[in-house]
Ligand binder design. Structure first.
Ligand code: IPM
Ligand code: MN
Length: 339
């Protein structure tokens, strides 16, 4: 078995704690990682004013994968202006490494509002409103104007749609739902709908439909079992995956993979949840999402057996311990012991 070079960005708050458990579990699954820790996040910014130095970004390109805990200053922090770390590090990595797919699987856990759900959201990860298009006019005056555009390219939408179709084709139900707001966003929505329609014939085994994003919120709460693979734009994907996380059992279980499917650089794996600075150091953080994210990393690295074993160990732990009162490290141990 080969060893993989992994850049580890524990980050802020509970990030380093949950990442440590993820690494422990990967070790227990028998996969050797050659890890390098990167001190990035709110502390580094406060200490040095640096968010993601160019030299670090270039170094990160050389890894097989990046494992991230969480990034974010405490809510209301006046030292770190809102968006500094999010745009300067997380989004910069997503864009610079062309991590154009954000894959977020949701499998319900016991006791969840919907333990029976099992679907994957494919969120476009480099375009839309996240692209940073827009600006101010007459800032600070009573006549101030702020615009924030949504950038949608045929290339970006098509590669995302194709990834989602190809994934759906490997699943039992082989069903793809495009989620958008085509009734109002008539330019972006039209491009998305046309692109999905045009590539569909290349995936003849996959059935598909369309839901508006607002209706999707109702369906996710009332009947998430209707979904198999959802494909959607960056912002809609951000919003519905928090909702999906809550429906499937809580954001503590929600994993994500920022993928560069063309493998022109490393992909990055991180839980959907944030830094939760308020509970940092208390041992209350659930490492399950980070561990599941590490399983997505193993799978993408080609260690499918180890990935499946980790996922099964997490599932077994969750089923045997529906309401864990264990600490972060104890949960990590309990999952590692199952391997
Ligand atoms: C996520 C997060 C990020 C996003 C933030 C931290 C920039 O909410 O990964 O879902 O909006 O994409
Ligand atoms: Mn989010």
């Amino acid at each position: 078995m080969s060893s993989y070079k992994v850049g580890v960005i524990g980050g802020d708050g509970i990030g380093p704690e949950v990442t440590a458990q993820a690494l422990k579990v990967v070790g227990a699954a028998g996969v050797t990682l050659d890890t390098t820790d990167y001190d990035l996040g709110a502390d580094r910014y406060i200490r040095t004013g640096e968010v993601l130095p160019d030299s670090v970004l270039e170094e990160l390109r050389g890894y097989d994968a990046i494992l991230m805990g969480a990034i974010g200053a405490p809510v209301g922090s006046t030292v770190v202006p809102p968006g500094t770390l999010e745009r300067g590090m997380l989004l910069r990595l997503r864009f610079a490494l062309d991590l154009y797919i954000n894959l977020r699987p949701f499998t319900g856990v016991p006791g969840a509002p919907r333990p029976d759900c099992d679907f994957v959201v494919i969120r476009e990860n480099t375009e839309g409103t996240y692209a940073g298009e827009g600006g101010f006019l007459r800032k600070g005056t009573p006549f101030e104007v702020a615009t924030q555009g949504s950038v949608n390219t045929r290339h970006g939408v098509e590669r995302c749609a194709r990834f989602a179709f190809a994934l759906a084709a490997t699943r039992e139900r082989r069903h793809l739902t495009l989620v958008h707001k085509t009734n109002v966003l008539t330019f972006a929505g039209d491009l998305w709908q046309r692109t999905v329609d045009e590539v569909a014939p290349d995936y003849p085994g996959v059935t598909r439909d369309y839901n508006h994003v607002d209706a999707t919120c109702i369906y996710l709460v009332e009947d998430p079992t209707r979904y198999d693979v959802i494909v959607t734009d960056n912002l809609f994907g951000d919003i519905i995956t928090d909702l999906a996380g809550a429906v499937a059992g809580g954001i503590g279980y929600a994993a994500s993979a920022n993928l560069n499917p063309d493998r022109t650089g490393p992909s990055m794996f991180e839980p959907v949840h944030g830094a939760a600075n308020d509970i940092a150091g208390t041992g209350k953080a659930n490492p399950a999402a980070a561990i599941r994210s590490a399983a997505l990393m193993l799978d993408f690295l080609g260690e499918e057996k180890a990935a499946a074993a980790v996922t099964a160990a997490v599932t077994d732990f969750i089923h045997s311990t529906p309401e864990p009162t264990l600490s972060t490290a104890e949960i990590g141990d309990a999952i590692a012991e199952r391997l």
